[in-house]
Design a binder for this molecule. Structure first.
Ligand code: ZN
Ligand code: ZN
Length: 374
């Protein structure tokens, strides 16, 4: 028994198999991870011990030397690095324990750097938004350089492998952290993550592999989009440096208002004036739809605010089939500017229906005529 018993720390017997050691380590690592313990110092120390113990016992040569000479003996063995956190393999295991298989470096492999996303605005006519349209859009974007076809190297020359990262595009750094030393993988700053360096840059793009220029593209606007909708065009944004993939282009849609029709989701709404006599006696009216004029019947005795629904005359659904409806709201107009004969007729109507109305006075037409005659 040594002063520091790695088997005890990991809670396994000195005869434990590699698998048992690994399982126990993972369980403890999860339990004791500083992120799960709000920075408790004691737990943090135990966590470090567990990692150190595991790093020693997982390596057969280190484990053998540990068994023979104790912790100090184990340090000189194996990879020769005294700190377990410097061993990249140990990290793979730590991250695997938390994020599942392949949770760390595999998902973050750098390569050519992706270009940035770009934005543009497209103003549509009302009908274009409802029925869809193919529109040409002009955007200023970083595009692949024609001269070097994106490589950034002077035509006729080729990029060479980056000496800093050996062509992998990423560098491993060891840094201090709460866990001890951590290996972090980041994009190589020498080559910008591309893995390649250019000795003789393309004169057109200065080695960038891309150039800003005015670019025209066709945008297919699907039927049913609305003001404020955004279309995402994958891979149509800024080109990446040195042949990196392009970002996305986000096209924000503005829709001009219609003179008569308003959008309410997939329905269209119109307000249609109807005179008092038409509302009372019934009539046939002509209303504006996106397909042209259509007739609607106004029933006798129609009240203000009555809504007539024209099925399928609205906006096509963005996903799937069918269209919304056109809702025509009837606004009954009270007649104004009555001439003398009209006022008399209305007064007769009121009298006939036994309805009390204001006497013809200064405000009414008869009153005004009288005052003018005075
Ligand atoms: Zn170029
Ligand atoms: Zn590099």
């Amino acid at each position: 028994m040594t002063a520091t018993d790695y088997y005890q720390i990991l809670g396994v017997s000195p005869n434990a198999t590699d698998d048992e050691i690994k399982r126990s380590y993972r369980r403890l690592a999860r339990e004791l991870h500083p992120d799960a313990n709000g920075g408790d110092k004691e737990t943090e120390e135990r966590f470090k011990e567990v990692v150190l113990a595991y790093e020693t016992l997982r390596d057969p040569e280190r484990r053998r030397r540990y068994d023979m000479f104790g912790p100090d003996g184990a340090r000189g063995a194996g990879s020769g690095q005294s700190d377990p956190f410097a061993a990249a393999g140990g990290f793979g295991d730590i991250f695997e324990a938390f994020f599942g298989q392949g949770g760390f470096s595999q998902g973050q492999r750098s390569g050519p750097v992706r270009g940035a996303d770009a934005e543009a605005t497209l103003v549509l006519e009302f009908e274009e938004a409802v029925f869809g349209a193919a529109r040409d859009l002009s955007v200023k974007l970083a595009m692949i350089c024609d001269a070097c076809e994106g490589s950034g190297a002077r035509p006729g020359t080729h990029p060479s492998s980056c000496p800093t990262c050996g062509g992998s595009g990423e560098v491993r750094r060891i840094r201090q952290s709460i866990l001890g030393q951590m290996v972090s993988v980041s994009a190589c700053s020498d080559c910008g993550g591309a893995g390649q360096k250019i000795s003789s840059p393309c004169p057109e793009c200065r080695g960038e592999g891309r150039r800003i220029r005015e670019h025209s593209l066709r945008v297919d606007v699907p039927a049913g989009v609305d003001d404020g909708s955004t279309l995402r065009l994958p891979g149509r944004g800024q080109a990446g440096p040195r042949g990196g993939p392009a970002g996305d282009l986000y096209v924000h849609l503005r829709v001009k208002p219609h003179s008569v029709l308003r959008r309410s989701g997939y329905d269209l709404v119109a307000t249609q004036s109807v005179s008092m006599t038409q509302a009372a006696l019934g009539a046939t009216l002509s209303v504006v739809t996106l397909e042209g004029e259509e007739s609607i019947a106004v029933a006798p005795g129609t009240q203000p605010g009555t809504v007539t629904r024209l099925r399928g005359r609205g906006v096509p659904h963005l996903q799937g089939r069918g269209r919304g409806d056109l809702l025509v709201e009837l606004a009954v107009q009270t007649p104004t500017g009555l001439n003398e004969a009209q006022e008399l007729l209305l007064r007769q109507l009121a009298e006939e229906r036994g309805e009390q109305v204001a006497p013809a006075g200064e405000g009414g037409i008869l009153g005004r005529i009288r005052s003018r005659l005075r």
